[in-house]
Design a binder for this molecule. Structure first.
Ligand code: HEM
Length: 121
């Protein structure tokens, strides 16, 4: 893969992960405030960021020739996206979602540590 394309994937990923978490936080906060219109909009933007993260993440995986540590990070990150979606949708439907916060925190910490190469092997 050309260094320029790899750089595009890396910059989009590095520039989007914080906003992904931010829109998840705001979307959840809007749920607790019962502001359903703002919740719907922020949830839609969050889903757009999911797409950016997955596309740029897979792009980098190809560039790194599927190195094991980043494949594991990618799988955990996709689980993280699933957890965010489940927390929002279950809470919106009034279903029990409290237990999902523990795996969410654990997987989030792992994804960040792997992403920033704190954990590497
Ligand atoms: C919500 C989902 C995700 C979050 C919060 C996240 C977070 C991060 C963070 C914080 C970094 C480090 C960025 C930096 O150096 O500034 C990173 C890098 C990376 N992520 Fe993700 N990511 C997510 C999704 C994905 C997915 C779905 C994949 C692959 C399928 C992926 C693959 C990678 C790879 C390959 C790197 C490169 C690490 C490096 O070059 O050191 N990520 N991610």
């Amino acid at each position: 893969m050309s260094p320029q394309l790899m750089n595009i994937f890396y910059q989009s990923h590095a520039g989007s992960w914080f906003f992904t978490l931010l829109f998840f936080g705001v979307s959840y906060f809007m749920l607790t405030k019962q502001n359903m219109k703002a919740q719907k909009i922020t949830h839609m933007i969050l889903r757009l960021f999911f797409v950016i993260m997955v596309v740029s993440g897979i792009g980098m995986l190809v560039g790194y020739q599927f190195s094991l540590v980043f494949v594991i990070k990618g799988i955990l990150a996709i689980a993280l996206i699933g957890l965010m979606e489940m927390i929002l949708v279950r809470t919106k439907k009034g279903k029990e979602a409290g237990k999902l916060w523990i795996p969410f925190i654990i997987v989030l910490v792992l994804v960040l540590l792997l992403g920033f190469n704190v954990i590497s092997f």
